[in-house]
Design a protein around this ligand. Structure first.
Ligand code: MG
Length: 341
């Protein structure tokens, strides 16, 4: 076994408002010689990158991606001031750095959440490019939030194959967007209000390719501690075959109600008339931003690159790939690295 699961869960919340706790882990799996996944789990950024490319290039690409995100100033301050435009700036920078470092030979997916606030109300800013995934367990409902950028997802969307057929399709590993390679590098964004008891799971395809949604839901809804849930999910993926690198982050949100503080309206207690007590701006924000995709068409200039080492606290938590010796990449012949359209 080559587990590299984190030993402890980090409590990342701030007193006295919203409390986050997370668990995380990555495993090379049973078939691959390298672990080309990378991840970052440091409030307010929780994201997984799955590198693609021959030899060591995949892990270089995913590593550059998470280290670039680690340069976001919000990691140093814990501030929840990020926006989709800010995240996109860093992804553009990551894309450029990967192309420079690998000559566009390698790419990476990126999926996850950034905790942000809008008018004192906390939201999950979900980001995705490629086929790593973000799921949300909220109020007992388990939903895949991100939509894969993959050939099989396009076939599913076109009604040509079912989701079940996609899971075993020979071209299921071909992604249509990635950072560092290909022509399409724009990420998708969603903004979801944080609900009390929310559990977010971010994973590389080495998890969801091995486990059904029902299996993941069973574990996430029954295992209380986020680190225990991560460990159980990774072990289940290995028992199912472990054909790919598997990386999982689980983030729990508690004390959400108190996060807005005293300057914003409480949730309506009873009666529809209570809705009138909410400040209009807050109501409008919730209505507009709930589950909608954020337009990132017009972005300001990308900022100067911030070195990851300048982000205190990120070194321990922004875990990149394990220092595995370089091996023959022939074991990656299942197609995951065969590339992009
Ligand atoms: Mg993978």
């Amino acid at each position: 076994m080559n587990s590299e699961q984190a030993a402890a869960t980090s409590a990342t919340g701030r007193e006295p408002g919203l409390q986050l706790s997370c668990g995380y882990g990555t495993d090379r799996g049973l078939r691959r010689e390298l672990n080309e996944d990378s991840f970052i789990a440091s409030d307010p950024v929780f994201a997984v990158a799955d590198g693609m490319g021959g030899h060591e290039a995949g892990e270089i690409a995913s590593g550059i991606c998470v280290r670039t995100l680690a340069g976001m100033p919000q990691l140093a301050t814990g501030a929840r001031t990020a926006t989709a435009a800010v995240v996109q700036q860093y992804l553009v920078s990551a894309d450029e750095r990967i192309r420079t470092a690998t000559g566009s030979r390698a790419g990476t997916t990126l999926a996850g959440v950034v905790l942000v606030e809008q008018m004192g109300v906390p939201y999950w800013l979900v980001v995705n490019i490629g086929d790593s995934r973000t799921y949300r367990l909220s109020q007992g409902e388990f939903v895949q939030v991100s939509v894969d950028h993959s050939e099989v997802q396009e076939l599913v969307d076109a009604g040509e194959i079912t989701k079940e057929q996609a899971a075993v399709h020979p071209r299921r590993h071909v992604v249509t967007r990635a950072l560092g390679t290909g022509d399409e590098t724009e990420a998708d964004y969603w903004l979801l209000p944080v609900e009390e008891g929310d559990r977010i799971m971010v994973c590389s395809d080495g998890l969801n390719a091995e486990l059904t949604d029902d299996h993941m839901f069973r574990i996430l809804s029954t295992v209380g501690h986020p680190q225990d849930a991560v460990d159980a999910l990774i072990q289940a993926a290995l028992r199912s075959g472990g054909r790919d690198n598997v990386t999982v982050i689980v983030v729990d949100a508690k004390n959400v109600m108190n996060d807005a503080g005293t300057d914003t309206a409480p949730r309506p207690a009873v009666g529809a008339e209570d809705e009138d007590t909410l400040p209009r701006a807050q109501v409008d924000t919730t209505e507009v931003l709930d589950s909608t995709e954020v337009d990132t068409e017009e972005l300001p200039e990308a900022p100067g690159m911030v070195q990851p080492a300048d982000a205190p606290g990120s070194a321990e938590q922004a875990a990149a790939d394990a220092a595995e010796p370089l091996q023959d990449p022939a074991t990656d012949s299942e197609g995951r690295h065969d590339g992009l359209k």
